[in-house]
Design a protein. Structure first.
Lengths: 414, 288
């Protein structure tokens, strides 16, 4: 053993010095690094108009545009990487599109790009596709979208369905226009359930014990319950939210819910792990088209939720004019039909229905059946009667959001 | 003189790149996290430093159940890992012969597939009508509504499977380092195989087990992938909660507070464990 002089308690050793210096720096940091508020009141009225004019003045078309999209959300050609509608756009305009699919869900994408955008830097994407709802509102409240120049939106003005021109989440479509929409309803396996499900509360049937899947999502789990209990979610407050939460908790405690799913519910439904569940319309349609059997999607008798994924321009954009041209490109009925035929969600262009019907006439073999079922599906082209039963997510202020999360998150995070 | 200086500064220079790396990417974020954990506010209005220590008590009262569950799963999964990995490592080290590296490679093979994908594969295997259960149900061995997915068993099994190599490798290294002449000597002195194992082999591998436990227990407790893919309604782990607080709610203060609580518990646990086993001496012995 080597003998070491014992340090006197009063003498500061080198090690101690370092330690104290570190603590001092730490305390300074502790006190200093608050994150300053970034929320800005978005301009309105004539100020907004002037801002939009000032931003777009002198902006020129560039040779490329970068687009962030969700996986499997566009038409695909012969090879997995081919997207005919994009290739046609490049051929028509000479603008190269860098198409990527980094968006798995809205909150992760928000958390990923928000610091970059708030720091005044380019995120790497000009266009992104964001669902209306909590994260969309966060983007707008932090002023992270670029207001659109509607003078480029010629096809949009002409062809967009009127419901897609008048949304509560973005009045006047200042920041966004729809990409596709979908319905959060219920789905079930006809062979397994004792009787067809029609009401949302059929998911509370004890006969389905352990075989029901619900969403692990702070919008898609609570909103349909609110619709089923009270109608328009916009007219509900914390009292109704607590009642809805109690209803959901009762379903969990009775052992009816097997699991709160994310996107993976569709696998569980097709393998028979669950028999009935909350579902997104396009998923079920796609599963049926790709060979799944005995699955049905229904809009509950009480009504369902209509959500819209929106094309937006992210702040600190590099290719704004090319991006606007790309956005408007997708409002041509022919192009909208190409996308609808592949993704099977609700297109914002009603005129695409006629194109899909015409394509079905021309097609042969199994394609013909597929196309005509798409053209006639209320899940791709809902009728006015269908729309009258569909409601939007509750828009929430920041204080409301905290209450909302406190009420609903413990249900699926147990 | 210069030589002395050089030899004195040598070790410090060697530690500099790694030290700087840790300082920038670990210590600095840690300070930011500690600071954030006592702030209040939200993303829109900004977070203000208010030394709001109630964040901690709120998080503990709200999520103690998931916290305890994670620690409990961690303990079970780690013990199972030891029980499974030890015989495997023992066999490879002493009976592997020329093919030792092949066997080790086989153990590591699943690591060439993404973590998430491996876990999703289990979903298919263990599904109610999946490869395993479908057969058992047809044979009438288990009842029709028997299921493995969405239970604590599935989550713990997934954890054990995913972290087994982290336990196996350190134990293997410890076994491999045992001098065969020690075993011969034990035999010469009429020790039975059982005595040889209990009094020579096992004590010499305790440092390996210790390292394995550290490498397994800590990531298992904070894991969130297994619970979200294989679990059901009552299997949420603390990692899932932190993820939701951070990503979905953008509630950075509370997410930080909960992370620090978890870190503190893990560090205290490991400290107690190290003290209890007296592993420090053992590590010194192994190093010397």
């Amino acid at each position: 053993m080597t003998s070491e002089p014992t340090p006197s308690p009063l003498r500061l050793g080198r090690r101690d010095l370092l330690r104290y210096a570190g603590m001092g720096a730490g305390l300074a940091t502790l006190a200093a690094c608050g994150v300053s508020g970034e929320g800005k009141k978005a301009a309105t009225g004539s100020t907004l108009e002037q801002q939009i004019k000032a931003f777009w003045a002198g902006k020129k078309q560039t040779g490329q545009v970068n687009w962030a999209q969700w996986p499997l959300y566009i038409d695909v050609g012969k090879n997995m990487g081919d997207h005919p509608s994009i290739d046609q756009f490049t051929a028509a305009t000479g603008i190269k599109v860098n198409y990527s699919e980094p968006i798995q869900d809205d909150d992760t994408f928000f958390a990923k790009v928000q610091p970059t955008l708030s720091a005044g830097q380019y995120s790497g994407y000009d266009i992104a596709v964001i669902t209306n709802g909590i994260d969309f509102d966060k983007f707008t409240e932090l002023d992270l979208f670029v207001p659109l120049d509607h003078s480029y939106l010629i096809n949009y003005e002409k062809y967009a369905g009127s419901i897609y021109k008048h949304s509560a989440y973005d009045p006047g479509n200042v920041y966004s226009v729809p990409w596709q929409s979908g319905i959060t309803g219920i789905a079930y396996n006809t062979k397994k359930v004792p009787k067809p499900l029609t009401s949302f509360f059929d998911l509370w049937n004890p006969a389905l014990k352990g075989k029901v899947g619900m969403f692990a999502d702070n919008e898609d789990l609570p909103t349909p319950v609110l619709v089923a209990m009270f109608g328009d979610p916009q007219k509900t407050g914390p009292t109704q939210w607590r009642q809805a939460a109690a209803k959901l908790t009762q379903q969990r405690k009775a052992g009816i819910v097997r699991k709160y799913y994310q996107q993976d519910y569709i696998g569980a439904l097709s393998t028979g792990d669950i028999w009935a569940c909350q579902a997104w319309s396009g998923d079920i349609f796609q599963a049926l088209e790709s060979g799944a059997k005995d699955l049905v999607f229904v809009i509950p008798s009480e009504g369902a939720v209509l959500w819209t994924d929106n094309m937006v321009l992210l702040k600190n954009i590099k290719n704004p004019v090319s991006a606007m041209k790309l956005i408007d490109w997708y409002y041509q009925p022919k192009i909208a039909a190409e996308v609808a035929e592949y993704v099977n969600y609700i297109t914002p262009v009603p005129a695409a229905q006629a194109v899909v019907k015409a394509d079905a006439q021309k097609a042969t073999g199994s394609n013909r059946g597929t196309l005509s079922s798409i053209a006639n599906s209320p899940l791709v082209f809902p009728t006015p009667a269908d729309y009258s039963k569909l409601y939007r997510y509750r828009t929430l202020t920041n204080t409301e959001l905290t209450t909302w999360n406190e009420i609903f998150e413990p249900i699926y995070q147990s | 003189m210069i030589r002395r200086l050089r030899s004195a500064s040598g070790p410090y220079l060697a530690v500099l790149p790694g030290g700087l790396w840790l300082a920038i990417f670990f210590v600095l974020p840690l300070f930011v996290m500690v600071s954030l954990s006592v702030q209040t506010g939200n993303l829109i209005t900004g977070f203000q430093q208010t030394f709001h220590f109630a964040n901690y008590s709120n998080m503990l009262s709200q999520y103690h159940e998931q916290l305890l569950r994670s620690l409990w799963y961690g303990v079970i999964a780690t013990v199972l890992c030891v029980l499974l990995a030890y015989p495997m490592a023992y066999w490879i080290a002493f009976f592997g012969g020329r093919n030792k590296s092949t066997y080790l490679f086989l153990v590591l093979l699943p690591f060439f597939v993404t973590f998430v994908l491996r876990t999703v594969a289990w979903q298919f295997l263990l599904g109610d009508q999946g490869l395993v259960l479908d057969w058992l149900k047809r044979a009438g061995i288990v009842s029709q509504d028997f299921h493995v997915l969405a239970t604590a068993t599935a989550v713990i099994a997934g954890l054990v499977y995913n972290y087994l190599p982290f336990m196996l490798l350190p134990i293997y290294v410890a076994l491999e380092r045992i001098d065969p002449s020690l075993l011969e000597a034990a035999g010469d002195l009429y020790a039975t195989r059982r005595q040889t194992f209990l009094r020579i082999v096992f004590p010499l591998t305790i440092p390996g087990i210790f390292a394995g436990v550290l490498l397994t227990f800590v990531p298992v407790v904070s894991d969130y992938v297994n619970a979200s893919i294989l679990g059901g309604t009552g299997q949420t782990m603390i990692g899932n909660i932190i993820q939701t607080l951070y990503l979905t709610n953008s509630d950075y203060p509370n997410a930080s507070a909960l992370s620090i609580v978890l870190m503190g518990i893990l560090m205290i646990g490991i400290f107690v464990y190290a003290r209890a086993l007296g592993t420090r001496d053992l590590l010194d012995a192994a190093a010397g």
